[in-house]
Design a protein around this ligand. Structure first.
Ligand code: IMO
Ligand code: MG
Length: 434
């Protein structure tokens, strides 16, 4: 099976748990976009594992690939590879020679650009991802293979400093000796990662031809896609399933199943429009119940109701086959359970999504309410996991049915807690790799 997992909201939908499950049922796990701005958590009985650059499938995967579409901070990569090997000693790791490198200059630029934006700031993770993609598309970027050529590296870094003069002039990077230092450090790191570098597009196509199953792990979410998200409050890569081919060299036509991950409510880190955002005590309660603090930055996440208008759009642009619904247990603990069903202006329904902050003026979001299903006992969760929907509280079943009906896709993964075991798997997802 050739499967992909994508987020359908603003990131942090719980993709880590879904990928962890599917990784055990595929031969190869591939990460293809973003970099250490992503943050996924997998909770097992052995402990909690946090992943940024390497796939969250790394606990169970036999082989992982970091493909060309990524932007990689090599020093951080070395650290994460060490951790992955501790958790999964037999794992095989491959990194694309063509993936772009995030240097400390990019990280500095991320913060400097945010400061320059002033009130138009995006609220980035400050990990240098945006500036590294700027250099990629500006054709001044450093690629992983360049780490093995100190002279080329120096030329490229000097060019970047020259091009970004207005932001770097006053910084230490305006001093040539600093470039020499960075070249030395990056070259040393290059030697450590050299054994992992290869033509991952070739490897991936070879694996496909020899019959291996492949899982593509998406980072971020549809509303952070640089084209279709709420621009400019987005990340700097394409996050939708259509990005897979360009970001890996794997043929688009070969993708067989697309799993869209939806959290039962919405969260968002950073600035930008959020039509179903909630504030005050209810928001604090939800934030604490859902532990909605960034995996990458520790920032408290903004929270709000599930927005089906937005999810329906994400289902369309990703061509989602099946939905993984997460944090169903958390939502049920609130005193009120709401789901946004559509946007209205002057009593008339507004089609599509609201992308721009100003467009939110005069928008009324309509909701459907569900009876809260309360905190679930462990025994109740085990009962649901074993016996399926019939063991669910009636209002939880109604909620899930409503999501399926509105999105026109089946819900085949229901997460009822952070632990791997607290998951109901249904339909075609239960059959994958079984
Ligand atoms: P995962 O993979 C949530 C957000 C940032 C910011 C915007 C741009 O864990 O779901 P960037 O540093 O990418 O230039 O920041 O995108 N953002 C995420 N929010 N989860 C993520 O990834 C995110 N990756 C980026 O908060 O608003
Ligand atoms: Mg995350």
């Amino acid at each position: 099976m050739i499967t992909s997992v994508v987020g359908l909201q603003f990131g942090d939908e719980g993709k880590g748990k879904v990928v962890d499950f599917l990784a055990g049922r595929h031969d190869v796990v591939v990460k293809y976009n973003g970099g250490r701005n992503a943050g996924h958590t997998v909770v097992t009985k052995a402990g909690t594992f946090k992943f940024h650059l390497i796939p969250s499938g790394s606990l169970r995967a036999k082989e992982i690939i970091l493909a060309n579409g990524m932007t990689i901070d090599p020093m951080f990569l070395v650290e994460e590879i060490e951790n992955a090997k501790k958790a999964n000693p037999h794992i095989r790791i491959f990194v694309s020679k063509l993936a772009h490198v995030v240097t400390e200059i990019h990280t500095y630029l991320d913060t400097a650009e945010e400061a320059a934006r002033g009130k138009m700031k995006i609220g980035t993770t400050a990990k240098g991802i945006g500036p590294a993609y700027e250099d990629k598309y500006g054709r001044t970027g450093v690629r992983m293979e360049d780490l093995l050529s100190p002279e080329l590296l120096k030329e490229k870094l000097s060019l970047i400093v020259k091009m970004k003069d207005s932001l770097l002039r006053e910084s230490k990077y305006g001093v040539p000796a600093e470039i020499d230092r960075i070249v030395l450090e990056l070259s040393a790191t290059g030697k450590k990662v050299a054994e992992f570098l290869c033509d991952t597009e070739q490897l991936l196509n070879d694996r496909y031809r020899s019959g291996d199953s492949i899982l593509f792990e998406g980072s971020h979410g549809a509303m952070l896609d640089v084209d279709f998200g709420m621009y400019p409050y987005v990340t700097s890569s394409n996050t939708i399933s259509g990005a897979i081919s360009a970001s890996t060299g794997f043929p688009a036509r070969k993708l067989q199943k697309i799993v869209g991950v939806v959290k039962s409510y919405t969260s968002r880190v950073g600035d930008g429009p959020f039509p179903t955002e909630i504030h005050g005590d209810m928001a604090s309660t939800l934030r604490d119940l859902g532990r909605e603090y960034g995996t990458t930055t520790g920032r408290p996440r903004r929270v709000g109701w599930l927005d089906l208008q937005l999810v329906k759009y994400a289902v369309m642009i990703n061509d989602v086959d099946t939905i993984a619904l997460t944090s169903v247990d958390t939502l049920g603990k609130l005193d009120t359970v709401r789901v946004a069903t559509g946007y209205y202006r002057n009593g008339k329904e507004v089609a599509g999504i609201v992308r721009h902050l100003g467009d939110l003026d005069g928008i009324e979001v309509r909701y459907r309410e569900f009876k809260p299903w309360g905190a679930l006992e462990d025994s109740q969760i085990s009962d649901i996991v074993e016996n399926g929907q019939d063991s669910m509280p009636a209002s939880m079943r109604e909620f899930i049915d409503f999501v399926q009906e509105r999105c026109g896709r089946p819900v085949e993964f229901v997460s009822l807690g952070n632990l791997r075991e607290k998951t109901l798997i249904l339909g075609s997802l239960a059959k994958i790799g079984a």
